[in-house]
Design a protein around this ligand. Structure first.
Ligand SMILES: Cc1cc2nc3c(=O)[nH]c(=O)nc-3n(C[C@H](O)[C@H](O)[C@H](O)COP(=O)(O)OP(=O)(O)OC[C@H]3O[C@@H](n4cnc5c(N)ncnc54)[C@H](O)[C@@H]3O)c2cc1C
Length: 394
């Protein structure tokens, strides 16, 4: 990666610079050959995703996704480290970035709101890469509108019984456990939800459908048919599910911006290489001002995105408070900017940029989902507007 000057910004500490430098070197030497060929089809994607989790675990990188008491790196989840990890991994492989972050997102609710017994059981294998985690919020009728969740969980003796469906669940089909949000009915809407840990082996949990998307990514629709789980599987208190979901996303949303940054930085580096090497009308295309403008636009947007991402991560780490506004701004800007960067690198490559399997073509596909998952760009704008109005209240 050409530009590492951001590692000297005051948002980051020496431990962050050390982590990023080591992970970048490892990604170039160990990850790049592993992820060189994109998998085709569900079975190949599942196999590579499993392998990436195992390799990331063996190399110790997944320790960033859980707290130190349970095999992790730091006492609390360190959002700057999560961002650096995603940025460095996404630069090389979207699937590796995804494999990494799902270990954190899929256990974040347990880390932040679970009991010591839940943490002790679920976190250490996830940090080693010996178990795969997932986070199941979205349903077929409700993605953006979390308060409209229809999956139910009712008490039956010493168990909760879940009925309903979840869709677009990352790691669906390969996960060992899912954090699932369901309606327990303490109140209407958002105040009547609760969070649960559901083992993949639970009777009544079915993989209803596997979903293939534009870039390799294990995804499934889950069906809960009178799925019985112990009452001890509840995370937090009944009725706190919305708080658990939003608190978890608050930590992980800046990291979506960081992954986008990794894709954008790769797009810029590839664009610079190509612009210098490719000749048209007797000169390198880098000499033409219309190409220079694209490079300049990408460089400006990358720096702006990085400032927003690491501002959000720093604020979360240092002030240990909700960063709803900062995270939404970082995610919105970085993911939209990365999409523009991916489009520009394709343009600079010309025909070579749309060849299946080329780096620009891969980046163009890999970045797309980031503007949708963990809150679409439109939802981020609503959040930012709401926070801005609230801050300016008369
Ligand atoms: C690759 C991938 C991985 C995913 N992984 C997970 C996962 O692991 N766990 C999980 O729970 N979910 C996951 N999701 C689901 C994702 O979070 C949802 O797709 C997302 O929240 C949007 O929901 P939806 O698809 O139902 O779109 P909808 O909510 O139906 O939205 C459709 C469109 O309407 C817009 N819209 C909705 N409401 C408004 C409004 N009030 N004002 C303006 N516009 C609006 C949206 O922005 C969007 O453009 C994943 C999705 C993808 C693509």
């Amino acid at each position: 990666m050409a530009d590492t000057s951001f590692l000297d910004w005051p948002f980051l500490e020496p431990r962050h610079r050390d982590f990023a430098t080591r992970l970048r070197a490892w990604s170039a030497t160990t990850l790049a050959p592993l992820a060189a060929d994109e998998p085709h089809g569900i079975a190949a994607t599942d196999a590579l995703a499993r392998r990436l989790v195992a390799v990331l675990g063996e190399a110790g990188w997944l320790r960033a996704a859980v707290p130190a008491a349970h095999g992790g790196l730091y006492e609390r989840l360190d959002v700057r480290t999560l961002c650096l990890a995603r940025e460095s991994l996404a630069y090389v492989s979207g699937l590796a970035d995804f494999a990494f972050v799902m270990q954190g997102l899929g256990t974040g609710s347990i880390t932040l709101y679970g009991t010591d017994a839940q943490r002790a059981r679920y976190l250490p294998p996830v940090a080693r890469g010996a178990a795969i985690a997932a986070f199941a919020l979205t349903e077929p009728p409700s993605g953006s509108d979390v308060a409209a969740i229809e999956t139910t969980a009712r008490v039956d003796g010493d168990a909760y019984v879940l009925d309903g469906r979840k869709t677009f669940i990352s790691n669906g089909g390969i996960a060992d456990h899912y954090v699932v949000f369901a309606r327990t009915g303490e109140a209407p809407g958002a105040k009547g939800l609760s969070a649960f840990i559901v083992d993949a082996t639970s009777a009544g949990l079915h993989i209803a459908e596997r979903i293939e998307v534009v870039a390799p990514h294990p995804l499934a629709t889950l069906r809960f048919d009178a799925c019985r789980i112990p009452r001890t599987a509840l995370i937090g208190a009944p009725g706190e599910g919305f708080k658990v979901a939003m608190g978890t996303l608050d930590t992980f949303r800046p990291t979506v911006g960081a992954a986008a940054l990794g894709f954008a930085r790769r797009a810029l580096d590839e664009a610079i290489r190509r612009a210098r090497a490719r000749h048209a009308f007797g000169r390198p295309i880098a000499d033409y001002q219309l190409i220079q403008e694209k490079i300049a636009d990408m460089a400006v947007e990358i720096d702006a995105a990085a400032l927003l991402v690491y501002r959000a991560a720093w604020t979360k780490d240092v002030h240990d408070r909700r960063v709803t506004r900062e995270a939404a701004i970082a995610k919105l800007f970085a993911t939209e900017a990365a999409q523009r960067a991916a489009d520009q690198v394709v343009q600079i490559f010309g025909g070579a940029g749309v060849v299946a399997g080329s780096v620009p073509e891969r980046l163009y596909r890999e970045v797309r989902a980031l503007r949708i998952y963990e809150g679409t760009s439109e939802i981020q704008k609503l959040v930012i507007a709401g926070q801005t109005f609230a801050a300016e209240a008369p």
